[in-house]
Ligand binder design. Sequence first.
Ligand SMILES: Cc1cc2nc3c(=O)[nH]c(=O)nc-3n(C[C@H](O)[C@H](O)[C@H](O)COP(=O)(O)OP(=O)(O)OC[C@H]3O[C@@H](n4cnc5c(N)ncnc54)[C@H](O)[C@@H]3O)c2cc1C
Length: 459
Amino acid sequence: MKQDLVVIGCGAAGLSAAVAYADEVGSDARITVLERATREGRGGATRWTSSWFRVTADRQLDPQFIPLMERLGEGRADLDYCRIYANEVPATFDFLDRHGVPWVYFEQGFANRNTGGGLAMPVPGGVAIVDTLADVIDGLPNARIAYETEAVALITDETGAVTGVRVNGPAGEQILAADNVVIACGGFEGAQDMLTDHLGPRAAELDVIAPTLVNNRGDGIRLTQSLDAAVAGQFDMFHGEPVDPRSDKPDAVIYAYPFGIVVNGEGKRFFDEGADSFDSTFELLGYEIWANQQQSAAFVAEKAILDWPGVTDIVLSDLPPLEADTIEELAVLLGIAPTALASTVAEYNRAIQPGETDRRIRDGKCTQGITPPKSNWATPIENGPFIAWPLTCAITFTFGGIRSDSRARVIRNNGEAIPHLYAAGEVTGLYYNEYPAGTSVLRALTFGRIAAREAASQR
Ligand SMILES: Cc1cc2nc3c(=O)[nH]c(=O)nc-3n(C[C@H](O)[C@H](O)[C@H](O)COP(=O)(O)OP(=O)(O)OC[C@H]3O[C@@H](n4cnc5c(N)ncnc54)[C@H](O)[C@@H]3O)c2cc1C
């Protein structure tokens, strides 16, 4: 039967679009959500993310977001889109509340602290978005999630308007006719061929940070190529994170590095660990480990930091650190030349300037005379035992994607919107140079809602 709406993808963007569409047109809407994965493996990146939302206590997107996007995008980021995103964020929280997605707000936001911002997150993370919104779909009489079913092509009529999706599922290939289609099938972090095209052969060294990311294979771009869809976002940049390579746990990120030093395989520092709060620098650290440090680094600190408030909360590996009584012994455990690591630590300790440290703010307690410097939180590493986590970079998501406008319409290279085709979430390109952390899931939810509203207006 012809569908009112087909949604390609079952993460935050797709589920938000499907549920919001039923909100718009009524609970009897005919909706199919396509999910390449099994039911157990559903939810894409959204399933595994902690899903921090970079917001203020009154449910507004961090006011620094638009200036940040303007600066980072160097004229390329779509600021109209960003403004609509910001305006719509409070309504996205209303949507989450209406559908029972549990979430909490913390005052402890760090990167945006000076604008009065904190962090919100669903409880216990993105999986709450997936499970709660999928339950809403399951409870609607004419809506369903088609598991192990992938979109393989878009169907168009002679005017170029989208009229359905060719899918491949347990029953083989079939065409699902639809009034409107929303593409929400994530980035291309799971497509080794596309990663290699855009990042070069060393893309093969990047593991995905969570298992279901392998389903995100750049299909949004592949499906829309023949429709002359435009692209946006930086294709040769990605969001990567410093993870513990010993761990099989998804999202085994080590964020505590501002409270020690990070060294490469030769035992040398290469990064200003205290340049800013970890949520402003972890992407750059991950990228640097991949791009210039042969995927091999380690975070080294005194064991005493584990007693500092909040530090263990920002170590997401399930494995304990390597531990030794001396820096030389720690170096052996890391496979680094002991004299090299000892000399780096000694040089760092000598370069620390006097002053008090305060981990709650950028305290300005820095080093002098070493390269790279450490700009904040420079405290000595001199009393054992000492600890280290090995670090490598894992890919979280790609920046490049299809171009959509502030109404979530997919845009052709000639600037026209493709009739009856919408897109939301990571499949749409937006970011350049750097990703302002805590803005991706909220963007997926928000433009999922906008896509639904626009699609409903085209019935
Ligand atoms: C470990 C981790 C931590 C993160 N931390 C944060 C954070 O704290 N804050 C934040 O804002 N962002 C974070 N992110 C990024 C964020 O999770 C994603 O950007 C966001 O969830 C993307 O949502 P989406 O709906 O666009 O894509 P996804 O959630 O990836 O969903 C894509 C869906 O499409 C399906 N699919 C793909 N191709 C097809 C096809 N051809 N046919 C059918 N289905 C298909 C996939 O199986 C999947 O269900 C994190 C990501 C990860 C992995």
